[in-house]
Design a protein around this ligand. Sequence first.
Ligand SMILES: [Zn+2]
Length: 144
Amino acid sequence: MSGKNLKKIPLDDRTTDLMNCRTIKEQLPVRLRGTFVINEFGGECLCCDQPIATANMKGRVSAPFPFVAVIEAAGFCPECKFITRFRMRIKDDRTVEYLDREGAWAKEIVPAPSRLTRQLDKLRQYFSAQKCGLKKNSLFDDDD
Ligand SMILES: [Zn+2]
């Protein structure tokens, strides 16, 4: 798994800002309209594909509307000394949107609330694959 090219990604102000935030874990759970709950959030390092420790996953969790949660995070991998960015929007109608590498919002429907965590895992893997420019298994056939 080569991540050499990833080192070229500059550390921008927003990433620095996110790294100075609290951990995402400290800011969960988030409750949408009192029924839909987001309990956890995690992700893998773009360089080595290893899970980023929750202590190193920092950023902002907000609910700008009672039915929408936004998670923007930066995860630091001590092994690679690399910071991976995550951006995700979750609605209580079970739609999950995330920013793909073209800067477009990709959208997926979570089949059932109980499967949200599992679906988010898939999204993270997909997100990483996109950013790495690798051809992993297509997790979402509907995407271009
Ligand atoms: Zn890594």
